[in-house]
Each structure stands twice: as C-alpha cells, then as structure tokens.
Design a protein around this ligand. Structure first.
Ligand code: BGC
Length: 765
C-alpha cells in the first residue's frame, strides 16, 4: 500500500505519469496500466464513491473542509461535485480530495454551462436559428474557456433532445425539431467544448443529454411519459445523440422519462445495447438529478433495486440520489451487482479524469489568475453580440418598416423593454444577470444622441400575480408594477404619443420556458396583447420585438403588426444586438428551427411529416371531407421550419442536378443560383431537402440534408452546390438496418422548408 501512495504522490506532483518499480527504475505507465493499478488498490467502498456525484451543498470559500460534503470526500465517497464555481473554491475542495482522501483521486467539477458562461449567448433554440456552425462551435469554445477559468472541468451540455412540441418548456434548451440540423449542431458543440485535447486547461468534458427522447413527453408536460416506435426513435430522435457520440463526447446524461415502459435511467436496452454496443460509446453515463431515486416514483422497485437496476443497465454515475453510495455494497454482497460491473464503471470515471489531465495536475483548472483575463472579456462579449444578432428571426416586415432610421424618437414599450435579468434566458446559471444589457440601454448606448429613446412598461407580464411569480423564478423578476392596468396603459400611450416609431418589447419572461415550464396556451399573454392593440390604435408604426423561449402562436400579431422580429432570449449583449438589427447595422439572417403553429391544436407539427394515405395535396387552406385535415383549422403552420426574412431579397433560379442517376457508391451534385436582388447586403441560409419517393417503409415528404449560410452583397450572385452521396439517402428500415433503397429521389433547394420546386434522380444499385 505504501508503494501505491508513493506512486499516486509521484503522479500528482509530476506532469507525466510515472511509477516506481521495485528496483526503483522509473517507467511510464500506459493509461490502461495506470487505471488498472489504481483500481487494484481500491476498496469496494472507494470504488462506489467514484460513482457518486453530489451537489456542492454548503461549501463556501474558505470553509470547504468544514462542509458536510468534505467529510464524504475525505472518506473517498465522492467522484465529482457540481454546482460549484470559482477556481479558488474548487482548488480548496480538490485539495481535500488529493490530500486528505486515502487514494488522493481528484474530483470532477461539473456545471450546467449551457449557452455560454458569464458571457451568455442566445438560448440554444436561438443559437440553432443562426444555422451558423462555426459561430455555434465558437460559442461553446468561449463557454469552455470561461468556465474552465473558474475551475470547472465538465459541462452538462449539449442538450440535443429533438422536440416537436412547443408546449414543452425545454424546447428553449435544444436545437429544434430536425434530426439532421440537430446532429450538425451536436457535433459543433462537442468540438467547441472538448477541443482537440481534453487535457488542455481551457477545454471541458462535454455531456450530451438527455438520453433519450426527453423532448417527446405526452401533452408537452415536462417529465411525462414518452412512448414511441423504435423506427421513429432511430430515424427522428436518436441521430443527434449518436452524432455527439461519434464526435467523441466524453459523457452522456440519462433522461428522466421512460422508454418502452422502463425509465431511461434503468433501461439496459438503451444504455447498453444502443449506446455501448451499437454506437460504441466509450465514455461514462451519468443520471439526471435524482434520476435513480425517481425510479421508485416511476414504480419499478425500492431504493436498492432501482440502484442496482441503473448500474446494471449501464449508468456509471449517480447524480444526487446516493443510491449507489447507500445500496450497491449490499447488492454486490447479495450477488445482485457483479464486481466486474462496478470495476467497469469505475474505470470509465477514472478514464475521464485521466483524459482531463487531472492525475497529472489536479489543479489544472484552478489557475487563480485566469478568471481576471478569461471571463466576460470584451472579445467574448463581441462574439456574443454578433451571434445574438444572427439568431434573430425576422418574421414579418411589411413595406420595409425595418430597418429603422437613426433619427427621431423611438418609444420602447413593454415589460421586456428594459429588464436586464430576463435577457440571458433560462439555464444561465453562471451569468451575472444584472450585467446583461436590456433593449432600452442597448439602444441608448449604440445610438447615442442620434435617436431619442423613451421607455414605458405598459403592462405587467401577465395579469395574474401568482402566475407571474411562477414565471419569474430564480431572481428573474419583472418588477411587478402594482398600478392598475389602465394606469400602466395610459402612461405607455403618453410616451408613445411623443414617438415617431413604437418598439413593443413583448412576449414571455425567460422562466416561462426551460425546465418544468410547460404551457398549454401559447400566445403572448393577453394583458400584453391588449397593450399591443392599444399601441396599434395610435396609428404610429409599431415593431414587435418578440422575446420567447419557444414557438408561439402569433396569428393575430402576424395579421395586425407590420414588423415582427423574434429575438428569443439573446444573452448578455441583448440590447446591443437587437439595436444592431433594428437599425440596420446588420441584416437579419436567422431561420426558424422549430415550426410556429397556427394553434395549439396542431401540435405536434413539424415539416418532415409523412404524406399519409389521404393527403390534402394542393387544396391546402380549403377543407376536404375524408382528407387529413381539420374542420376548424388549416394544416399548414403559421411559419414553417427554416423560415426567416432578411432586409434584402434572395432570388433562387436554375436548380440543377449533375446527373439523373446515382450509382451506389457514386455521388451527384445539386446546384442553384442565388442572387441578392434587394437593397441591402445580407446572409442567406440555403437549404437542401430530399424526398425519398418510394420506400419499404413510409418516408417523410421532405428531409433536410444540407445547408449553407452564404453572404451576398447587394446585387451579387452565387452558385451554391451540394454534394449528395448514398449516405444522405440512408434511413433505418423496419429491421432497423441503416440502408439506402434504390428508386426515385426529389431534390429541393430553397429558402425554407416550404420549397416546392424539385429535380428528380434515381439511385441505381
Ligand atoms: C436537468 C439537467 C441538468 C441537471 C443538473 C436537471 O434538473 O434536467 O438538464 O443538467 O438538473 O443541474
């Protein structure tokens, strides 16, 4: 034993992994040898300790060793901690692990670094709307740099759950409804966080979540039952998780929901057959918060049973439940969990720590100087501003109301118009919310004296004070105004009367979406709608700047308001980025990644639907008996997937394929000419969709298979080409084999998923 302690001491104080052999000859151990040696010295209790992930609890700076969790760390009962930050505090806690626990194994330090750290980028749904993979990757890179400067080495991101249900509040945390786009973004995020070398002190271990299908709860109610066919899972919901695994993500988080009647946390088919055997995942799996404990509520066993089920299913780390800590020893003694399975799980945790470089230097991420140079820097904030501006989606712009002129008086009216703390959006735990820039401040700082900017609140968020409380948790207050509705409205109308243009800053508060924030009604809250109506009645031009964490139902607004700019929750630089777009320093270039329905009754609604046996065809808008449609609503959405306007116009022409046949291992090229025919320079997201016309199973009417974001100066023309290979034509058939079937395919290239013009080709084998 003394020999091992000498070994681990050597390991911890040197930068290379060295061991003392009996004859005192130093040899470099391979990673496997190192882990096996360490494992061989561990007691069963110490092994189980590595699988335990508590929250940081009562740890405060300078007091770490007297905290409750410190006792467990000293006893080797903790593998990692989360919800703790600052290099100083983390150094203190790490010191307890590497100096006071018997085996001196360093800890992982995790946090929900979801869309930036202190410099906060748009919510993920907004980030995805940029369709700009390099910006997205860069946002993750910056988040990694900032979080690691604060001592963190593991992030619970990316969240890649596909969702077609905007009632579910967590649509805000994902990349929308499409598996292809979601996969590309998943890879970009993993690359951004983990970089090329995980052991560098400015990269983080990523964790793809929530595996799996968390975005498809019944009724859109968070944590609710999920039930779906395997063929749908493989084709429509699994791809982004698999893409993250293929990109080398180091960890996976289990979801709260059940799959095939078994909670994901205890689902062996999911965690072992799919994740390990089919996808060759070689990192570790962590539960979600109290995931193991919740299996008791799901009704699948007592504490010992569910803990053993989870471990045997393929979970390696237990977040908060302490089910492993408290019951696995007994399960091993009773033969319910094998020693081999425990060892396998420990190896994976140690392996992540090894890859992060923690055995070389447990304080690698605890540089006490970096937080002054690497967090919330001007350069990072500029990136966040640029990214936010690219995430905004222009939904309507009649008669070129936007961009606004940089002169005269603008009245910013609405509860979201000068509120800092709601700008970063949900799941922004490391943000200093009060440092975010609201719209009014942003306008004043960008426009200076050229524009006179006025502000009035106009209304509260919602009429019901109790609802407002539920919608403004975690300090995200909207400072409820206790004046009457009429008083607030009158004040707003007075301010509006002095203005040339009204900018109505309306929508959701940031906590109206996110975890446990499901909604059944998806309009702008009615008290704000009344405000909007009153503003419209003034006859002055009104621009709606919409804040939202999900697709909303905007039928009335789309009819009444001349210009609608959807800004999601833009992050810390919100007010600056919105001003950049409103006043034309940048042209909007975001496109929706989730369909905006016309009514809640259409949900789930998504562009890549199946044709059915009774399609409505091109009589859309007219009811037809015995066709698939509603008697009280149209089929098509208000705004389709991929939709977004620019200040300029892009004309598509001359769609061409390089051949009308493709051989099995061959490829063809699709091209189209795009011209900027409007009056501004701008960016366009060119989208490639393919339809597999006949299959052994029914195929969607259209699937995104490529996209490019291009910049065209006013008057400029460009031919955009896409290469199509057999890989792009593959899908999972009824045997769940990933194959391409010979036959006809239609190729569409357009500005959104509504594109109708196509060119056909044949895949011949
Ligand atoms: C969420 C996860 C998150 C975890 C840790 C859970 O409630 O579902 O997304 O990573 O908490 O904070």
């Amino acid at each position: 034993m003394r020999l091992f302690q000498a070994l681990i001491f050597t390991i911890l104080i040197t930068t290379s992994v060295l061991a003392q052999k009996g004859n005192n000859q130093k040899v470099t151990l391979s990673k496997t040898e190192f882990i096996e040696q360490l494992l061989s010295k561990m007691t069963l209790e110490e092994k189980i300790g590595q699988l335990n992930l508590p929250t940081s609890g009562d740890i405060t700076t300078g007091q770490a060793s007297s905290s409750d969790v410190a006792k467990n760390i000293k006893e080797g009962k903790v593998g990692g901690l989360f919800n703790i930050k600052t290099a100083e505090k983390i150094r203190e806690v790490q010191k307890i692990a590497v100096e006071q626990s018997r085996l001196k194994i360093p800890l992982l330090f995790g946090m929900d670094v979801i869309h930036g750290y202190e410099t906060t980028f748009p919510i993920p749904l907004g980030l995805s709307s940029t369709w700009n993979l390099s910006l997205i990757e860069r946002s993750a890179q910056i988040a990694a740099k900032e979080a690691s400067a604060d001592g963190i080495n593991w992030t619970f991101s990316p969240m890649v759950d596909i969702s077609r249900d905007p009632r579910w509040g967590r649509v805000s945390e994902g990349s929308g409804e499409d598996a292809y786009l979601g996969s590309e973004i998943a890879k970009a995020m993993v690359r951004g966080y983990q970089g090329k070398d995980l052991s560098l002190n400015n990269t983080l271990l990523a964790c793809v979540k929530h595996f799996a299908l968390y975005g498809a709860p019944e009724g859109g109610r968070d944590y609710n039952t999920v039930d779906m066919s395997r063929i749908r899972m493989y084709n429509e919901y699994f791809p982004p998780y698999k893409a993250a695994v293929d990109a080398g993500v180091g960890s996976v988080m289990a979801s709260f929901n059940e799959i095939d009647g078994i909670p994901a946390t205890g689902n062996k088919w999911l965690m072992t057959d799919v994740l390990r055997k089919q996808w060759n995942f070689n990192g570790f799996v962590v539960t979600d918060y109290t995931g193991i404990q919740e299996m008791m509520e799901h009704g699948v066993g007592d504490f010992q049973t569910v803990s053993a089920t989870a471990l045997n299913a393929g979970i390696e780390m237990d977040m908060v439940s302490e089910g492993f800590l408290k019951t696995v020893k007994k399960s091993v003694e009773e033969g319910k969990v094998s020693m081999e399975r425990v060892d396998q799980a420990v190896r994976l945790i140690l392996s992540a720590k090894y890859d992060l470089g923690l055995f070389d230097d447990p304080y690698r991420y605890c540089d006490l100087k970096r937080n002054k140079t690497d967090i919330f820097t001007v350069a990072h904030r500029n990136e966040a501003r640029k990214t936010a501006a690219e995430s905004f989606v222009l939904l309507k712009n009649d008669k070129g109301l936007l961009p606004l002129k940089k002169s005269g008086t603008v009245a910013v009216i609405g509860p979201l118009g000068n509120n800092a703390v709601n700008m970063p959006g949900t799941w922004s735990v490391a943000t200093k919310h009060e440092k975010a820039i609201p719209l009014e401040d942003g306008m004043k700082s960008v426009l200076g004296k050229s524009v006179n900017v006025l502000y009035a609140k106009g209304s509260n968020l919602v009429a019901d004070a109790a609802y407002e409380e539920r919608a403004t948790m975690f300090g995200k207050t909207l400072y409820r105004d206790n004046r009457s509705k009429e008083e607030l409205l009158n004040e707003a109308l007075q301010v509006a009367s002095k203005a040339d243009v009204i900018v109505a800053a309306l929508g959701e508060s940031s906590e109206m979406s996110g975890e446990s924030s499901s909604r059944t009604e998806l309009g702008i809250p009615s008290v704000q709608k009344e405000l909007l109506d009153a503003l419209l009645k003034t006859g002055k031009p009104v621009v709606l700047v919409l804040f939202t964490g999900r697709p909303l139902v905007l039928v009335e607004e789309s009819q009444k308001v001349a210009a609608i700019l959807n800004v999601w929750f833009p992050g810390t630089e919100a007010g600056l980025a919105i001003t950049d777009i409103l006043f034309g320093d940048e042209s909007p270039s975001g496109k929706l990644t989730a369909t905006f329905p016309r009514s809640v009754g259409q949900i789930p609604i998504y562009y890549n639907a199946k044709n059915t046996g009774r399609p409505l065809g091109n009589t859309e808008g007219k009811f037809e008996k015995f066709k698939t449609n509603y008697i009280d609503e149209r089929n098509e959405p208000l705004y389709p997937f991929g939709f977004g306007l620019s200040y300029t116009q892009f004309t598509y022409a001359n769609l061409q394929l390089s051949a009308d046949k493709m051989r099995s291992n061959g490829k063809i090229t699709a091209s189209v000419e795009i011209t900027n025919t409007g009056n501004y320079d701008g960016k366009e997201v060119v989208q490639l969709y393919i339809r597999d016309v006949v299959g052994s199973v029914t195929r969607p009417i259209k699937e995104l298979k490529g996209f490019q974001k291009i910049y065209l100066a006013k008057g400029q023309k460009q031919t955009v080409t896409f290469e199509i290979t057999e890989e792009d034509l593959k899908f999972y058939n009824s045997e769940l084999e990933f194959i391409a079937e010979p036959g006809t395919f239609h190729v569409f290239i357009g500005t959104n998923s509504d594109v109708t013009e196509y060119k056909p080709f044949e895949l011949v084998k």
